[in-house]
Design a protein around this ligand. Structure first.
Ligand code: FES
Length: 165
């Protein structure tokens, strides 16, 4: 399957990035590029991966779409449905939980008026509960889009939300 026959297409800048990603791998190991390409596709297509987007990545790599779906559905960093402008991901795993991530979660749920897994009606926020994000040393923490916020308190997390543009 030729990727150019699929839609949606990447922008020119993204296609150049695709070439750079492929250069990291031997020609007969292009399938190893699936994860960075899915990350790129998520950025290109509004922060989430539709089936069409995953099919596009499969076509770029030259593998069966099912192999891309397997990766995209395994890792929580890939969003399989639309997310808000700010995707707030709260870690509630052991280190964060021991440092009172419950209070962080409660503050966010009250402030955003969202439960985990919900998005605000205005498309501004999605609130997600996630497993360890690898920043345990500075627990409790959360991720908003590509940024980590660490050593949180209920006060600091409220301020972070208030200061988002
Ligand atoms: S447990 Fe929260 S970052 Fe590791």
């Amino acid at each position: 399957m030729n990727a150019s026959q699929s839609s949606p297409p990447f922008s020119e800048a993204a296609l150049q990035q695709v070439e750079r990603i492929f250069q990291r791998y031997p020609a007969d190991r292009r399938q190893s590029a699936v994860m960075p390409l899915l990350h790129l596709a998520q950025k290109e297509f509004g922060g989430w991966l539709s089936q069409e987007s995953m099919d596009y990545v499969a076509a770029l790599v030259g593998i069966a779409p099912i192999r891309v779906y397997e990766v995209a559905t395994f890792y929580t960093m890939y969003n399989l449905k639309p997310v808000g402008k700010y995707h707030v991901q709260v870690c509630t795993n052991i280190s964060c939980w021991l440092c009172d991530s419950d209070a962080i979660a409660k503050t966010l749920q009250n402030k955003l008026r969202l439960s985990f897994g919900e998005s605000s009606g205005d498309g501004r926020f999605t609130l997600t509960e996630v497993e360890c994000l690898g920043a345990c040393v500075n627990a409790p923490m959360l991720q908003i889009n590509d940024d980590y916020y660490e050593n949180l308190t209920p006060e600091s997390v409220a301020k972070i939300i208030d200061q988002l543009p």
